[in-house]
Design a protein around this ligand. Structure first.
Ligand SMILES: Cc1ncc(C[n+]2csc(CCO)c2C)c(N)n1
Length: 222
């Protein structure tokens, strides 16, 4: 007993590194990612964020305390008022209008990932749901930090994806990532080895679905 978040990443190190260091991420960092691949990713990520908002609503439903309910409410509010607005604005800069977003067909990788998270949350408790969300919430912050540590990463106007990296390295996002880590560390400290094994399966599944999401972008898969 006495687990923490890093025990989850240690338990599936290979999948975790494959997600953080995916070819999509490397190409984005080097500024050589195909623009249509990025556009496809941005469109599907809009759908991802819509379902992600529903997962926060599910976290509210699964809350046992007022503090948990407030936490879920703040998360839902941030994603609706901040993340989705930012994303819609960013899509516009890439030539994707709001009408396009409203009419998007959902790719299989988006369907699989988002519904997996929602189903895991429905079946389990708040900790199961947070562990299913952790690759998303914590992974992107780690990706920005990993990219900044690579000599191949190009920053500034020479990289058309610089704003994407800037968003996830920013203080607001990094603070949210640390808060989520601390929440998970506190909860994981209490779980039995049997429960930890089940949580590892959820974390690994969600990490592999993130890998598929990157690959869907690269392949422009529907
Ligand atoms: C496939 C996919 N996975 C993770 C994220 C990252 N992300 C989505 S919402 C959120 C925090 C909300 O407050 C973060 C970090 C993404 N955009 N798309």
């Amino acid at each position: 007993m006495g687990y923490r978040f890093s025990d989850l990443t240690d338990a599936c190190q290979q999948d975790w590194r494959a997600y953080l260091e995916h070819d999509f991420v490397r190409a984005l960092g080097a500024g050589r990612l195909d623009e249509d691949a990025f556009r496809h990713y941005l469109q599907q990520d809009y759908l991802f964020l819509v379902h992600f908002s529903r997962a926060y609503a599910l976290a509210a439903y699964k809350s046992q305390t007022l503090a948990e309910l407030r936490h879920a409410f703040e998360g839902l509010k941030t994603i609706l008022d901040v993340e989705l607005d930012l994303h819609v604005g960013y899509c516009r800069e890439w030539g994707i209008g709001e009408d396009d977003l409203a009419a998007l067909p959902e790719a299989r990788a988006t369907l699989a990932y988002t519904r997996y998270v929602l189903d895991t949350g429905c079946r389990g408790d708040l900790l199961d749901l947070h562990v299913a969300l952790a690759p998303c919430l914590i992974g992107y912050g780690e990706i920005a930090n990993w990219l900044n540590a690579q000599a191949s990463t190009v920053r500034g106007a020479a990289n058309p994806y610089d704003a994407w990296i800037a968003m996830y390295e920013g203080d607001a996002f990094q603070a949210a990532m640390h808060e989520e880590r601390a929440w998970l560390d506190a909860r994981l400290a209490e779980v039995t080895p049997e429960r930890f094994a089940r949580l590892t399966t959820i974390f690994r599944d969600a990490t592999r679905l993130e890998i598929d999401f990157w690959q869907m972008g690269l392949d422009r898969a529907d």
